[in-house]
Design a protein around this ligand. Structure first.
Ligand SMILES: Cc1cc2nc3c(=O)[nH]c(=O)nc-3n(C[C@H](O)[C@H](O)[C@H](O)COP(=O)(O)O)c2cc1C
Length: 308
């Protein structure tokens, strides 16, 4: 019987599926509902210090091979987020990842201290949102000094393991990953949406999104995510959550073989529904049994040593 459990920084997951941040919001009950659909861990929508409205609609659109979004980090603020994480923990035992974002480095320290009170299993720092550039400037994830300092200040303010969520836009991802590890990051999530990109409605002759531009996700970005995971696995010794474009068991297995210990699922929830988690787990299990893999651990990074 294939064992599909996995582990991130000592936190045990029943299976490698992680609900990506921003997909099912912040409420404890909606996140707990995802657990009932077979996910291994959930990530709350990124929380900031204050409530934030985000961009006006339309904020999401699909295209042939993926999605584009510019939600603009809308969220109810850290204080409400803390209550919702506690509610989730009352409702179920699955691990929860508390995601935080700030526009200034010190904000991450303050948020890390606050969110730790809710005792999420892991804290993820979103330093890579591509669709708030007007307000936030270049994402910290693209600058190795900025990512180092942001990780360091977060680590200083919490005892909970910290995941740094990076950007597929980074062309120097090895240096960026190294900076994370040096600053004490416990894991890396590779990664956020790619872009910003643009989709135009040809009937109205206008961009579809109110923000015009947005982060690109879904199948279109998977090969980019894959190469970034590959490079990070080569460079550092901390676990990776591979996120960006996975929508079936084969995609998840590819990400694991490139070096991911777990696989984040975002856009696929929109086009395959919440059952996507159970379906992918089943597909992973079937593949493992057919190919004589007994554990996820056996497959992590295996493509790096493959001599076939
Ligand atoms: C509608 C939407 C909202 C998102 N909000 C967040 C967010 O608040 N924080 C974050 O770190 N990532 C956010 N993301 C990025 C996803 O978590 C994920 O990294 C990205 O979509 C790539 O994965 P996918 O191809 O499986 O969707 C969002 C993505 C979408 C589509």
């Amino acid at each position: 019987m294939a064992d599909i459990s996995t582990e991130i920084c000592g936190v045990k997951l029943k299976n490698p599926m992680v609900l990506a941040s921003g997909i099912m919001g912040v409420t404890g009950s909606s996140l707990a509902n995802v657990v009932s659909h077979g996910v291994g861990a959930v990530t709350i929508k990124s929380l900031g210090l204050k409530p934030r409205k985000g961009h006006s609609c339309p904020v999401i659109s699909t295209f042939k091979s993926g999605m584009i979004n510019a939600v603009g980090l809308s969220n109810p603020g850290i204080n409400t987020g803390i209550k919702e994480i506690k509610k989730f923990k009352d409702l179920c035992d699955a691990p929860i990842i508390g995601s935080i974002f700030a526009f200034k480095r010190d904000g991450y320290g303050e948020l890390a201290k606050k969110i730790s009170k809710a005792e999420p299993d892991l804290i993820e720092i979103n330093v890579s949102c591509p669709n708030v550039e007007d307000e936030a400037g270049t994402p910290f994830a693209l600058d190795k000094k900025a990512v180092y300092k942001t990780t360091k200040i977060t680590k200083k303010n919490t005892d909970i393991p910290v995941i740094v969520k990076l950007s597929p836009n980074s062309l120097n991802i090895k240096e960026i990953a190294q900076a994370c590890e040096k600053a004490g990051a416990d894991a890396i999530n590779m990664g956020n949406t790619l872009g910003p990109g643009l989709v135009i409605n040809i009937e109205t002759a206008r961009p579809i999104l109110s923000n015009k531009f947005g982060g690109v996700s879904g199948p279109a970005i998977k090969p980019i995510t894959m190469k970034r995971i590959w490079d990070i696995y080569d460079e550092v010794n901390i676990p990776i959550i591979g996120t960006g474009g996975a929508s079936c068991g084969k995609d998840a297995i590819e990400m694991i073989m490139a070096g991911s210990s777990a696989v984040g699922i975002g856009s696929a929830v929109y086009y395959r529904g919440l059952d996507v988690f159970e379906k992918i787990n089943k597909e992973i299990k079937e593949f493992m049994e057919k190919n004589n893999y007994s554990s996820i651990k056996e497959m992590i990074g295996i493509a790096h040593e493959s001599k076939l």
